[in-house]
Design a protein around this ligand. Structure first.
Ligand SMILES: Cc1cc2nc3c(=O)[nH]c(=O)nc-3n(C[C@H](O)[C@H](O)[C@H](O)COP(=O)(O)OP(=O)(O)OC[C@H]3O[C@@H](n4cnc5c(N)ncnc54)[C@H](O)[C@@H]3O)c2cc1C
Length: 318
C-alpha cells in the first residue's frame, strides 16, 4: 500500500482543517488533508451560516466549506477522502493510518470535530472491533458473502451502506425514521437487490459470543414484538456531540469533557501534534473559532518546522 510523506498531515477537512491547510500550504509546507466525508462534519450539515464574517447570510454551511476547501487546494493542499483509523505519534515522523494508505508527517494536526458519540447501544462497546465497526471502507471486505446491519440515516450511513453492498450478501439498513422523499442516494440504496430497509425501526441490542457478533434485536414501530436478525457485522453511523478522538488512543492528553488539551499555540501534549476546532471541545463551537484555531496552528507549525525565532505574520510577503 501507498506511503505518502508530507510536512503537515491534517485529520479532518472542516473549517479548522481547511484553514490550517490554507496557511500551511501558503507557507510552502507540503500539506495533506485526510477527510472521511466532506458532507458529515458540523459545518457541512449547517443549513444556513448567518454569522461567518464577510459571507452572505443566505449561505449554507456546505457552500462555505466548499469555498474553504477549494481555497486550500488552490494553494497546493492535497485533499484526500480517507477515514483515519489510527495514528502513531512517537518519533519525529508521525504516522497516520487509513484504508487508502499510510501517511508520514513532520507535523500532525487533529481536526476531526465533535460529531462523535459514545457507544450507547446495548452490546455496542462489548463487540467493538469484533463485529461492530464505524468504517465500512476499513472493514467491509471482512464481510464478503455475509449479512450485516447499518444503523442510522445520515449521509454517512447511506454512503457506507453502499460500500457494504459490494461485499455483503445482505445489508439490513435500520433507520428510526424514513429517509426524505427527495433523498435520491437513499432511494438508490434501497433499490439495491441486497439491501433490506428496516424503516421506522430501532436497534435494541447487539448480540454475540466469544467469536464476535451473531445478531441484533430490532423493534419496528408497526410491530408489537421485537425481532431477531442473524448477522455478523453491525456498522453504526449516528451523530452526537463528543470530540472524535477514537483513532488517537491515549497518545495525547484529554480534558475531563473529552476535548484534547492544547496550549496557546494549539500544541497538544505530544510534540509535533496540534489539535484545532471542535475536537478541543471549546465552550464556543463556531466556524470562525475553528478557522482561527487552524490559522494559529499553521503559523506555529511553520515556526516549529523551520525553527523560526518568532512567528512570521502571514501578511508579510518577501
Ligand atoms: C447543526 C449545527 C449548526 C451550526 N450552526 C453554526 C452557525 O450558524 N455558525 C457557526 O459559526 N457555527 C455553527 N455550528 C458550529 C460549527 O459548525 C463548528 O463549530 C465547526 O464546524 C467546527 O469545525 P471543525 O473543523 O472543528 O469540525 P467539523 O466541521 O465537524 O469537521 C470535521 C471534519 O473531520 C472529518 N472527520 C471526522 N473523523 C475523521 C476521521 N477519523 N478521519 C478523517 N476525517 C474525519 C469529518 O468528516 C469532517 O469533515 C453549527 C454546528 C452544528 C452541528
Amino acid at each position: 500500500m501507498e506511503t505518502i510523506e508530507a510536512d503537515v498531515v491534517i485529520v479532518g477537512g472542516g473549517p479548522a482543517g481547511c484553514t490550517c491547510a490554507l496557511y500551511s500550504a501558503r507557507a510552502n509546507l507540503k500539506t495533506v488533508i485526510l477527510d472521511k466525508n466532506p458532507a458529515v462534519g458540523a459545518l457541512a450539515i449547517t443549513h444556513q451560516i448567518a454569522n461567518y464574517p464577510g459571507v452572505s447570510s443566505e449561505m449554507s454551511g456546505d457552500t462555505l466549506l466548499a469555498l474553504m476547501r477549494d481555497q486550500a487546494v488552490e494553494y497546493g493542499t492535497d485533499y484526500r477522502r480517507a477515514q483515519v483509523f489510527g495514528v502513531d505519534v512517537n518519533g519525529e515522523w508521525k504516522t497516520v493510518y487509513t484504508p487508502e494508505g499510510t501517511f508520514k508527517a513532520r507535523a500532525l494536526v487533529l481536526a476531526s470535530g465533535a460529531m462523535g458519540r459514545p457507544a450507547s447501544f446495548k452490546g455496542e462497546a462489548d463487540f467493538l472491533g469484533r463485529g461492530v465497526s464505524y468504517c465500512a471502507t476499513c472493514d467491509g471486505a471482512f464481510y464478503k458473502g455475509r449479512e450485516v446491519a447499518v444503523v442510522g440515516s445520515n449521509k454517512e450511513a447511506v454512503e457506507e451502506a453502499q460500500v457494504l453492498t459490494k461485499f455483503a450478501s445482505l445489508v439490513h439498513w435500520i433507520t428510526s425514521n424514513d429517509p426524505k422523499d427527495d433523498d435520491l442516494h437513499a432511494k438508490d440504496l434501497i433499490a439495491q437487490s441486497n439491501v433490506r430497509h428496516w424503516s421506522k425501526t430501532r436497534l435494541l441490542q447487539i448480540e454475540g459470543n466469544e467469536g464476535g457478533v451473531t445478531g441484533v434485536q430490532v423493534k419496528s414501530r408497526s410491530d408489537e414484538n421485537q425481532q431477531a436478525l442473524s448477522l455478523e457485522g453491525v456498522f453504526v453511523y449516528m451523530s452526537g456531540s463528543k470530540p472524535i478522538t477514537d483513532f488517537l488512543g491515549d497518545q495525547v492528553a484529554f480534558k475531563e469533557d473529552g476535548g484534547v488539551v492544547v496550549d496557546d499555540f494549539m500544541s497538544t501534549t505530544s510534540e509535533g501534534v496540534w489539535a484545532i476546532g471542535d475536537i478541543r471541545n471549546t465552550p464556543f463551537k463556531q466556524a470562525v473559532v475553528a478557522a482561527s484555531d487552524g490559522c494559529i496552528a499553521a503559523m506555529a507549525i511553520d515556526r516549529y518546522l523551520n525553527s523560526r525565532k518568532s512567528i512570521r505574520v502571514d501578511w508579510v510577503h518577501s
